[in-house]
Design a protein around this ligand. Structure first.
Ligand code: ADP
Length: 411
């Protein structure tokens, strides 16, 4: 346990916590104790926003040097997938949230029964952290999402040639494009997953868009403007993102109605990122939902009145929802580890970026880089929406994430 909170002991559980949890935050004499499962960049940015509120923060992660460790009041070294670690961490907290879905849900269920506010609710994490259950949820609720079949073993793919072209997605554990295989012909079936998965019809994508929606514990919602995501074909990661999305108004309305339906059906307080596809007919399909702060909402730190991180604190602490409106159009570029560099990180071109008007730099404090690793992001705001992709490109050209130890053979 790494305890950074000056006037507290390591023993965060207190007997009065369960009672305090049921009172509005403003009536609690001490700051509420809120835990985050995971200490990566999302946890780090959540903690940056927490500094503005009366809250005592706790992080559980298995790396004491993780991006969030030094920004929380109390750091616990442990495994977010382990029942005992999560239960012990959460016992005595007023509220708990997640920065990643692969957490021990059984421990969260027990904590919720014992009076800890778990936002998003454990049932939602269960629905979402398995792509099979997530897809079945969309189907049951009549939410448009690409047609799919479930496969358990690799050989079963041969029964589904009629689905081609398709995308095979492993049920559990995939993220950032890992756990996703594109299948164009039957020859690609060998590249599939020999584990419970979904085989999904490929959508003829015109645009990938996303919407963030927050819901408070009275069921009130706040919805951010729709954003457009441009994917990096090499890493299958978000390349840059533009807010607001350059889509017809009718597409925006469809996306908003669908995103709201997803969150209302999930029926949980928290913040949600709904990733969607717009096809060539301007139909909108849900790809997936993240029940947490998300990469597609990073621009909201500067470009919207209430950021996604600020918003989640409002939900967790029982305050009114914030203003989701955009202050200015923006684009956001992920800063990822360059090819051929692995080791202690070194940033090339940071000064160039900082010369750009209205460019905001966020580095996540990761000590080691590797190809494709998310190391930071840059947000640029401008009234000239048409200039934003140009600015995004400029950032990508100027800033390189390398390592101190350069492998000369690969340069
Ligand atoms: P992850 O959860 O690992 O991010 P996704 O399910 O979001 O994986 O898929 C990653 C990317 O693969 C998407 O952003 C999209 O570009 C592409 N993709 C996923 N599903 C489909 C589909 N049904 N049709 C077309 N492209 C898809």
């Amino acid at each position: 346990m790494y305890d950074n909170y000056p006037d507290n002991t390591n023993a965060h559980p207190t007997a009065s916590d369960a009672v305090a949890e049921r009172q509005p935050s403003s009536e609690i004499s001490r700051p509420p104790k809120v835990g985050i499962l995971g200490g990566g960049q999302l946890g780090r940015m959540l903690l940056q926003a927490a500094a503005n509120y009366p809250v005592e923060t706790f992080v559980l992660e298995n790396d004491p040097l993780c991006p969030a460790a030094h920004l929380c009041h109390h750091f616990t070294n442990g495994d977010i997938r382990n029942f005992d670690d999560v239960y012990r961490f959460g016992k005595g907290l007023d509220a708990i949230t997640i920065e990643i879905e692969s957490v021990n849900v059984e421990a969260l269920e027990k904590l919720a029964l014992e009076g800890v506010k778990v936002y998003p609710r454990p049932a939602v994490i269960k629905t979402i952290n398995n792509k099979i259950i997530q897809k079945q949820f969309y189907q049951e609720k009549g939410i448009p999402s690409p047609h799919f079949v479930v496969t358990t073993h690799l050989q079963e793919l041969n029964l589904h040639s009629a689905m081609l072209p398709a995308v095979h997605k492993v049920g559990m554990g995939g993220y950032d494009g890992r756990g996703v295989q594109v299948m164009r012909t039957q020859n690609d079936f060998t590249k599939g997953f020999d584990a419970p998965s979904v085989l999904e019809k490929m959508v003829d994508i015109k645009k990938e868009i996303a919407m963030m929606v927050a819901m408070d514990d009275h069921g009130k919602t706040a919805i951010y403007p729709v954003v457009e995501m441009v994917m990096d074909p090499q890493f299958n990661l978000l390349d840059y993102q533009v807010s607001p999305a350059r889509v017809p108004e009718t597409v925006g309305w469809k996306a908003e109605a669908i995103a709201l339906k997803v969150v209302r059906e999930l029926n949980s307080p928290g913040i949600f990122a709904i990733e969607m596809f717009v096809d060539k007919n301007d139909d909108v399909w849900v790809n997936e939902t993240a029940p947490r702060v998300h990469n597609s909402g990073h621009h909201t730190i500067e470009a919207n009145f209430s950021s996604q991180f600020d918003m989640l604190w409002r939900v967790l602490l029982g305050y009114p929802l914030g203003n989701t409106k955009a202050i200015k159009p923006s684009c956001m570029v992920n800063v990822v580890g360059a090819d051929n560099f692995e080791g202690d990180v070194h940033y090339e071109g940071l000064a160039e970026i900082l010369k750009i008007e209205n460019a905001f730099v966020h580095l996540y404090g990761k000590r080691k880089t590797k190809p494709g690793r998310k190391m930071g992001h840059i947000t640029i705001m401008s009234n000239e929406t048409h200039e934003l992709p140009y600015q995004a490109n400029k950032v990508k050209q100027a800033l390189k994430v390398q390592s101190i130890q350069v492998d000369k053979g690969e340069m």
